[in-house]
Design a protein around this ligand. Structure first.
Ligand code: FES
Length: 335
């Protein structure tokens, strides 16, 4: 069965299958709804169902409360249609002029699978067809035989649209990591993925410097952003901070040092929290605060574990960065 969904304010109704989320249908049609995690955990995709009925499926109560359900709200990434629908996104759709790339299914071949840091692998997939995306977005790798997706940000710039690079951290007991990417997966194997997803990106020219702050494999979308931004000269100065506990947690250090040597306006600062070395030590967000007396007018892009992001946002606000200029992508750890 197929139903029709129309976004309030748009004239074009879109097809949505009975087992397809509203968000999935909208993104595949090349239209847009605000979203971030696509897992029911962030609430960014909350919408009001103005007409028709949806099934909420596994929408968690902490994201969509029973009272909100009664009031006709739904999570676009979880809700499937029970009838034709008219919906209205709750959050104002931020239109910053970034291009919108339709969500697609892709097939590709694993061409690189390397250990690059403690419990961290670089996975490069050569796609059969290019995927257009904004620097900072992510894709879902499908665990073979399950249909279940796991989310990894592209670390390559959008100009390399057929060669996607991912940084994968092992999760203890993780189906996708221990069971597959750190287990049976080999170079040459065929993989399925879908993308692009997410609204974490830096693709527009801006007059003020930008600070990128990553923890662990949170470096991935920042690497894509850094390469894209430097290639296109989008910001006057670009600062990249990468935090790890020990030297063995860092990776691509040489890559970024070379990038730094090639661009006067790029500054790379790796930070270790549990080991003394000749570089910066401490919590990565504390080092940022020491380096910048004022962050007024600057923007920041943070990706990493929730605790790092919280600390980073607090620190940047203390340094007078405007909340609307702080962009974040949190890890969602799925087992
Ligand atoms: Fe739907 Fe996060 S809850 S995108």
């Amino acid at each position: 069965t197929t139903h029709r969904v129309r976004i309030q304010g748009s004239d074009t109704p879109l097809d949505v299958a009975a087992d397809q989320s509203v968000l999935d249908a909208v993104l595949r049609a090349g239209e847009w709804l605000p979203h971030s995690c696509t897992q029911g955990t962030c609430g960014t995709c909350k919408l009001r169902v103005l007409d028709g009925e949806v099934a909420h499926n596994d929408s968690p109560d902490y994201t969509l409360t029973p009272a909100e359900r009664c009031a006709g709200l739904a999570l676009g990434c979880m809700a499937t249609p029970c009838s034709d629908l008219v919906v209205e996104p709750l959050g104002a759709a931020v239109d910053d002029g970034a291009p919108r790339h339709p969500l697609r299914d892709h097939d590709g071949t694993v061409v690189v699978l390397d250990d690059i840091a403690t419990d961290t692998r670089r996975l490069v997939v050569e796609l059969d067809e290019p995927m257009t995306f904004n620097a900072g977005q992510y894709a879902e790798l499908v665990i073979p035989g399950t249909g279940v997706g796991r989310q990894y940000s592209m670390a390559n710039p959008p100009s390399e649209s057929k060669l996607l690079e991912f940084h994968v951290k092992r999760t203890v007991g993780g189906r996708a990591t221990e069971g597959w990417i750190f287990g049976s997966l080999t170079v040459g194997e065929r993989v399925e993925l879908r993308g692009p997803l997410g609204q974490f990106h830096l693709v527009r020219e801006q007059a003020e410097p930008a600070i990128l702050i990553g923890g662990g494999t949170g470096l991935a979308p920042l690497k894509s952003i850094a390469r894209h931004v430097l290639d296109h000269g989008l910001v006057p100065e670009l600062y990249l901070y990468h935090g790890g506990r020990r030297r063995d947690d860092l990776y691509d250090v040489e890559f970024f040092r070379e990038l730094e040597a090639g661009y006067d306006n790029f500054h790379y600062r790796p930070v270790l929290s549990e080991e003394q070395w000749d570089g910066a030590t401490g919590m990565v967000t504390d080092v940022v605060v020491e380096d910048f007396r004022s962050c007024k007018g600057l923007s920041a892009y943070l990706c990493g574990p929730p605790a790092m992001i919280e600390a980073g946002v607090r620190a940047l606000k203390r340094r007078r960065m405007a909340p609307r200029l702080i962009f974040r992508e949190e890890f969602t750890v799925a087992v």
